[in-house]
Write a protein that binds this ligand. Structure first.
Ligand SMILES: [Mn+2]
Length: 231
């Protein structure tokens, strides 16, 4: 097996299968998540479901962050219990025949406040703008810049504290890198994430992450990036 930024058709089919497993796991999470569950319980559920749907394991330790814990991009699940009307951020990936997937959604059990909706929409539109220019020949730096400029213009520039994306394959993070220091150019057949976020210390965080095969602006995941409010 090679480990190149431009994937073969076979590699792409394995990455897509890995992403399909995670799509199914996310369906299960949306069906089962409930007030009072802990971050650790949800993370354990995700592991079990990923295996049930055919993963050989996870591509990284699942991030489950409720409420203010969402302000930490790399939050490690705790015994914090879920409350009504707060954000849940889940960042997870499967491994299928050694290939990784990477997926993040932020949603609410209950209702989002107007501030939550505002922040969510800034992140969503940042993603949509970045994806619009995602194609062969474009500088990775520029994809990051489009996502970052949108968030900065909305007044949250200092709350976007990581890069916009990365390649995915045998490794969960591999070439190319889409951040403020990138010097790579996108090529057809690269598989990359777009994952802008906003993190407000002590309060909340939002991140939306999809994977794309460069050459198509259609996300690999079938899940919406519209805000989900579970009644
Ligand atoms: Mn990622």
């Amino acid at each position: 097996m090679q480990n190149k930024a431009v994937k073969t058709e076979e590699e792409i089919s394995l990455i897509v299968k890995s992403a399909e497993i995670i799509d199914s796991v996310f369906d299960e999470v949306l069906k089962s998540i409930a007030i009072g569950q802990t971050e650790k319980e949800v993370a354990e559920f995700i592991f079990e479901k990923a295996i049930e749907y055919g993963a050989e394991g996870l591509s990284f330790d699942t991030i489950v962050a409720f409420g203010e814990n969402g302000a930490e991009p790399h939050h490690v699940p705790t015994d914090r219990k879920l409350k009504l009307n707060e954000f849940v951020t889940i960042d997870m990936g499967a491994k299928y025949k050694s290939y990784c997937s990477d997926f993040t959604r932020t949603f609410v059990v209950g209702r989002a406040s107007s501030k939550m909706k505002e922040i969510y929409n800034v992140v969503k539109n940042s993603s949509l703008k970045a994806v619009k220019i995602l194609s062969a020949g474009v500088a990775c730096y520029d994809v990051d810049k489009v996502a970052r400029d949108h968030i900065a213009l909305a007044g949250y520039g200092d709350k976007y504290i990581h890069g916009t994306g990365h390649g995915v394959g045998l490794e969960i993070h591999e070439a190319p890198t889409l951040n403020t220091k990138s010097n790579e150019i996108l090529e057809n057949g690269m598989v990359v994430t777009i994952e802008p976020g906003i993190y407000i210390d002590g309060e909340m965080g939002v991140r939306i992450e999809n994977m794309f095969i460069v050459g198509s602006q259609k996300p690999i995941s079938r899940h919406t990036i519209e805000l989900i409010e579970i009644a």
